[in-house]
Design a protein around this ligand. Sequence first.
Ligand code: ACM
Ligand code: ZN
Length: 565
Amino acid sequence: MKFIKTAFAALLLLSAFTAMAKTEKKIEILPYPTSVEFIKGSDFKASGAQFYMDPALDSISRLAVARLADKLSSASGKISPVVVGLSVQSRIPSKGFVFVVDKKMAPESYTLAVNGKLALVKASDARGFLYATQTIRQLLPAEIYGKTAVSGLKWTIPALIIEDTPRFGYRGMHLDCSRHFWTVDEVKKYLDIMAVYKLNTFHWHLTDDQGWRVEIKKYPRLTEVGAYRAGTAVKRNFETHDGLVYGGFYTQDQLRDVVAYAKGLGIEVIPEIDLPGHMLGVLAAYPELGCTGGPYQVWTRWGVSDDVLCPGKGQMFTFLQDVFDELCEIFPSKYIHIGGDECPKERWKNCPDCQRLIKELGIVSDSTHTAEMYLQNYVTMEVQKYLSGKGRKIIGWDEILEGKLGEGATVMAWRRDAACIKSTGLGFPTILTPMSYCYFDFYQSDNEGRKEEPYGIGGELPVEKVYSFEPADVVTDPESQKHILGVQANLWTEYIATNDHLEYMLLPRLAALSEVQWSPKGSKDIERLKSSLEKHFRIYEIMGYKANHRIQGKPGLPGAQFLGE
Ligand code: ACM
Ligand code: ZN
């Protein structure tokens, strides 16, 4: 009998250890923190715990903490009081959630130390506190992301110490609002899920051949004419369209509202005015800005148009300056994205004005570039000069490297690995967004699997492949690696017309991307990702997002309009 008792006790002990190991595995934070150490001690009871804030917290951090307290109160059904202390040193409580400023900490970083009584957060800036609140949420049941009280859940956090700091300073996600238009509420929902994954930059693609989306008061036809197209191509039948007028734009007030909303989530919004190509939205409204004078139409099809802005006509520069004057009043971002991709030179070759400008500037072609390529380079430099005078830096797609790019420009390298290598090799700050890993308009499964998927642009980019992206494997030279500013994924929306489909393309790939952007090199673990995603799928459901469930063996988007190829 004694033996049985001892064996039973040993078994209990063993199962306790197993349970502990299981608990450790159940840390489902994405992106995974820099370091997680489990320490001895009982769990911290979060429900009903007081939230104390050091008065040195700024208003964004305070709101983030208050939001967490509010969520916890409503999901757990127990009120968590929020207190802002009066003096930093003398009155820091020894129990509950405590948030204190530690100016010695690096930007965007935080620590979270939890024992049976106390959950102590330290950070030096708003992003640090915002990210700590996201981590705390992910340590709690997924229901914290909901709006209603749920009974029977364990609102506890194990004793642990988390130290967390991002690998890259630029962690971006892009959204194409021209090919299909997304309402302010849809954009905010997009930002909400970016915030869950600690991204800090929203690249807003606001203009393209298929619609201009920004109110510019000096040029009302941009939104009266340029924001609407006569119809939309169905699948890849570009010669016809569905005949349904399609469009929309954001007023300046709406744009400001989004900028402020993003700021509250620690996200900077970088607007993109794609120039000098991808400009049919402008040309349809102001045909005098093109080489031929038109007439032009907002495009109903996808692809790359030969009709682009005409730099040979001086008014193009006046127009761009006017647009950037208004844009810079709306967007306080350090960077303005000026596009620069896919600008065919056909019109410039045959345009007397462009050819005259080439002569005037003394541009001559050489073995590496045509005169027209150098002309685009001239446009880029002129715009850079103008924006620099307004205290802004430019970002451009990697085509801006053609010619001699001005110092201070940042390159967004999209055309596969070679562009990433070239740009960093030349010493330009570079944002890596290679198509093969970062284009979220690609299908998420192979040819067979995509029969279940909504119609897409092509490619194959499953969540596992996004997760496998290692910037240092693409840019292998240590000197060049220093010029990697960060990583971004792009969501072009030619073939994405509904918000459900948009979210389906984004999730869960965004979760995988975040770990590429945030977590230390070498810390990725695909099995951990898969197991963490189980919880994150629940989070999506609670927050009301659609997602691609292929990784759980459940592909497809119920109700999608077109399937497969
Ligand atoms: C791009 O995908 N055209 C930047
Ligand atoms: Zn021209």
